[in-house]
Design a protein around this ligand. Structure first.
Ligand code: NOJ
Length: 529
């Protein structure tokens, strides 16, 4: 079954709810705060919003440690606020997606508390070897149950038991995927999804979707599991979408996901380090990540070839039914405006994002060029286990206007979830809305262009004219796109008569004549053929 049309035409927007808008003055963003800014999101033109987990949680990992899948955490409001938000987003022509965390719960989840005190319970993976020595990675039991449990990410996130692809009788914790515990957890996933889909949400971003079945060579059993969930979804909620955090669309889409996030690519499957289009190597979860110059690099040391090869290979593998979602950043990775990157480098990135056939996903604040803030304290597990990168830098409060705390909250600055960017020149939504030449207006115009011309989306064709600097491509034979993210002027000869008479749609610093495309440093151009 193909992805729903709304997804194929979507412009996604990710909201980290802690940091978007605080309606009650406690220093932490909330659901009513999001609702108060739906006019803004509709003005911007995004069509679907994904919010990070907003469920009851001790917040050891910013809500990715869930204690109740069915209840909104009080700091964000209550279930009525979420129901209202679903209706209000719909009324603004926007769909709402929640975050599904299938691989683990919090250690405070009642399932885990029960399991830690009942040796007959198999919702989690427990080992109690006779010699008393726990297998590698297992964490000692916090309850009366002997032995220890397997965590999925932080130690306080016990892995839900979906079984092992290679059960072993001498290691009884390696249960078969068909055992009662693993089957109960599969059913629980459906119950959770069904609950929120009935409320009117349009789908889920699925956390660590690749992580469910353990010791699973080639992830074959994990794929089988998701196919089963997807078959259920097609029967019960055919208009809903599942977007995976997998990082490998060639596997995730055939596994049943409607789209997979492609923030990083390559990696173990092609035997090379993970790379990203935007960032020179900042990852939180993937120790195999290694820095390599990215394409959107001012020094022009990267190559679009690496990304294009990975993209085209993934596309060939997924065929019609799914999509490759390309985010600008997310709550785990550095923002576009990070490190030595300057704001003049952002427009070419958005020109690319919104004219390429991947599904665009804008992380909150990227549309105004919010900075990645270095040097913040570890906040709710922002310094993750696999790397020393501090995710807090990508999670600072949204900058709305020139009022205190950039309009994020009326709380005293010291009470904010994270500090607001202290730069007096920090960009704000209000400031950029008043400036027609701002990044925000460019992003809004590019979204409008993409929505008016579905041939710029995943269903339109792509022809690459140049994969160096500048990058140049045709979309559906009707648009020419040129981006030069490097700090050097570039000249690209061409021999296509059709390019001679192109009409500019949106451009800064790119010129096309009979024989050449010239691109100034940090330029972009979208032209109509
Ligand atoms: C991926 C999420 O994006 C990240 O924020 C979280 O810490 C881990 N999964 C664990 O759930």
């Amino acid at each position: 079954m193909a992805a729903p049309t709304w997804l194929s035409d979507a412009v996604l927007y990710q909201i980290y709810p802690q940091s978007f808008a605080d309606s009650d003055g406690d220093g932490i963003g909330d659901l009513r705060g999001i609702a108060e800014h739906l006019d803004y999101l509709a003005w911007l033109g995004v069509t679907a919003v994904w919010i990070n987990p907003c469920f009851v949680s001790p917040m050891g990992d910013a809500g990715y440690d869930i204690a109740d899948y069915f209840a909104v955490d009080p700091r964000y409001g209550d279930n009525n606020d979420l129901a209202r938000l679903v209706d209000q987003t719909r009324a603004h022509g926007i769909r709402l997606l929640l975050d599904l965390v299938p691989g683990h719960t919090s250690g405070t989840h009642p399932w885990f508390v029960a399991s830690a005190n009942d040796p007959r319970d198999h919702r989690y993976i427990w080992a109690a070897p006779a010699g008393g020595r726990l297998p590698e990675r297992f964490v000692p039991s916090p309850g009366t149950r002997p032995g220890g449990y397997l965590p999925n990410f932080f130690d306080f996130q016990p892995a839900l038991n979906f079984g092992y692809a290679r059960p072993q009788s001498d290691e009884p914790w390696r249960q078969d995927v068909t055992a009662d515990g693993p089957q109960a957890n599969r059913a629980a996933l459906r119950t959770i999804m069904d609950h929120w889909l009935r409320l009117g949400v349009s789908g889920f971003r699925v956390d660590m979707a690749y992580s469910l079945v353990k010791d699973d060579p080639g992830l074959a059993e994990t794929v089988r599991l998701w196919r089963e969930e997807r078959a259920w979804l097609d029967q019960t909620h055919p208009d809903a979408a599942l977007l995976s955090e997998w990082g490998d669309p060639a596997v995730a889409v055939p596994a049943g996901f409607h789209a997979d996030f492609f923030l990083h690519f390559g990696g173990p499957s092609d035997g090379r380090p993970l790379r990203s289009l935007w960032s020179n190597g900042i990852s939180t979860e993937r120790p195999e990540w290694a820095a390599e110059p990215c394409y959107f690099d001012a020094d022009g040391r990267g190559s679009a070839r690496v990304f294009l090869a990975a993209y085209l290979a993934a596309l060939a593998a997924i065929g019609e039914p799914g999509h490759i979602a390309l985010p600008t950043a997310n709550h785990d990775f550095a923002r576009l405006h990070a490190g030595s990157r300057t704001s003049e480098q952002l427009p070419p990135a958005f020109a690319f994002l919104l004219t390429f056939p991947t599904l665009p996903a804008i992380y909150y604040g990227e549309e105004i060029g919010m900075r990645h803030l270095p040097g913040l304290p570890d906040t709710e597990g922002s310094i993750s286990i696999a790397s020393s990168f501090n995710r807090a830098g990508s999670r600072t409060p949204m900058q709305w206007d020139a009022s205190p705390n950039a309009g994020f909250s009326v709380a005293p600055a010291a009470r904010l979830y994270l500090p607001v960017d202290p730069d007096p020149q920090r960009p704000t939504v209000a400031g950029q809305r008043a400036d027609q030449d701002s990044l925000l207006h460019l992003v809004k115009d590019l979204i409008a262009l993409r929505r008016a011309h579905p041939e710029l989306g995943p269903r339109g064709s792509l022809e690459i004219l140049s994969d160096g600097y500048p990058l140049a491509y045709l979309r559906s034979g009707r648009f020419l796109v040129v981006v030069n993210p490097s700090g050097r002027a570039r000249v690209l000869p061409h021999d296509r008569p059709a390019l001679a008479g192109v009409t500019p749609v949106k451009h800064i610093g790119v010129n096309v004549d009979q024989a050449t495309i010239t691109a100034r440093p940090f330029s972009y151009g979208i032209f109509r053929l």
